[in-house]
Design a protein around this ligand. Sequence first.
Ligand code: ADP
Length: 216
Amino acid sequence: MKIIVFGKPNSGKGSRLNEIRKKIKEPIHVLAVGDLLRQEVEEGTELGKLAKQYMSQGLLVPDEVINNMMLNKIRETQGIIVLDGYPRTVQQANAMLEGDEIPDIVMELYVDDAIALNRASDRIVCKKCGRTYTIANEEYQPKQAGICDDCGTQLVRRKDDEPETAKKRLAVYADDTYPVLNLMQERGIKVITIDNSTEHASKDFEKEFLGAINQK
Ligand code: ADP
């Protein structure tokens, strides 16, 4: 089955998914486009070199490149697939649906822009596994300052979390990504929204996520 976890940059998709992974026995395969692209950049592949030019400016990487990468990944992955960061444009959503990769549900994590920008300035990420931490929030701090709890790798600040780039990414989300929600709804795909700025957001997300996989 396929679950799309949707939301603006820094809405907290990665953190919620990290929590849910620990709570359910069945393996879930999270395909996080940003992490996959950063890995390509790190390895210096042709795809990575191309992607870097867009990512560093807070712009989206061209649709054909992303569709190619993601549709292949989805097709070679079995079981519960969670898409984090795909589709991010109406063109990508159409490519997915036309390719007969129909999501079972879209879960939107909502936060307002001010919270998203705040989180960008507070976020540090693991260079290797992509896990994110929040400097100002005790609950999401690493046990040892600057080191990933999961893999022991150094934590860094992402260049695209600098204020100007973070703002640009929010604008791109509003213009290019948000319309994907309407399209999915029009195609009869269930879309649910969770307010990810409340104290009970984690529980709400867990309940909806478990509900979705148990229905299958
Ligand atoms: P965030 O969700 O915080 O924006 P990601 O790690 O998901 O961060 O994405 C980082 C960057 O990778 C994006 O700003 C964009 O340049 C690129 N990217 C990720 N997903 C896509 C996509 N589906 N289509 C095009 N570019 C993408």
